[in-house]
Design a protein around this ligand. Structure first.
Ligand code: C5P
Length: 219
């Protein structure tokens, strides 16, 4: 049983991949199980928060007491996040949002031919950066999954997106599995949490963010 460090707070999270349609049966996506985002949503709920989980397509059940909004594309995810945002104290972007989407999804299934097929891709909005740039921004937490140079990339992303807290992990450590190894980056530096089950890490991340939120004062 854990203390209710987020009692009275509203938390909005994104989790899972996004799916960007090419045609009615095909699309571009990222490899993401959603396990870390769902574990965090559960941990926030257990810490007493009201929780809205905006989720891309994953094979996971919504944690008890968490309001889940299912989406497919990055544009749908962004719209659902902005719908859920009023009154939010915390926004946690865990989703592996596709960086690009097909410029135009074909209305009908694209037929196979022997020719080269060119896809034109257009950049997706950065949901987390947009939320963090709002004048009355909630406390924003980002995730960085990297395959190398974690400290440099994670610190760079935290600065670029203006985030008080960023959680970094090396993808070979965590992708798809039940364990992960993460490092927290905030204004005080770097805090390695070591290897643990995603549920346990989620609880430690929540404790850390609640302490930072407390220090920041009432929103
Ligand atoms: O993709 P990137 O490494 O920049 O993602 C870092 C953080 O930004 C993650 O928390 C991710 O959920 C968020 N993000 C987002 N919208 C995007 C890309 C990333 O919210 N289009």
């Amino acid at each position: 049983f854990r203390p209710k460090v987020l009692a009275g707070r509203k938390v909005v999270l994104t989790a899972g991949p996004t799916f960007e349609a090419i045609d009615p049966v095909r699309g571009i996506t990222n490899s993401s199980s959603g396990k870390m985002g769902y574990a965090l949503a559960r941990a926030c709920r257990q810490a007493g928060a009201e929780v809205v989980l905006v989720s891309g397509p994953v094979a996971l059940a919504a944690p008890l007491g968490v309001q889940r909004v299912g989406v497919h594309s990055a544009l749908q995810m962004r719209a659902a996040v902005f719908d859920a945002l009023p009154g939010a104290d915390v926004f946690i972007g865990v989703a592996a949002v596709a960086d690009y989407r097909p410029a135009q999804a074909a209305e009908h299934k694209i037929k196979k031919s022997g020719d080269v097929l060119q896809l034109s891709l257009t950049p997706n909005p950065d949901i987390l950066a947009e939320v963090a740039a709002l004048p009355q921004a909630p406390f924003c937490v980002g995730f960085a999954a990297e395959s190398r140079d974690l400290d440099a990339y994670a610190t760079g992303k935290r600065t670029a997106k203006r985030l008080p807290l960023l959680v970094g992990n090396l993808v070979q450590d965590g992708l798809g599995g039940d364990d992960n190894e993460v490092v927290l980056y905030d204004d005080n530096g770097r805090h390695a949490l070591g290897r643990a089950a995603k549920g346990e890490l989620a609880a430690r991340i929540v404790d850390h963010l609640a302490a930072l939120l407390e220090r920041r004062g009432p929103s």
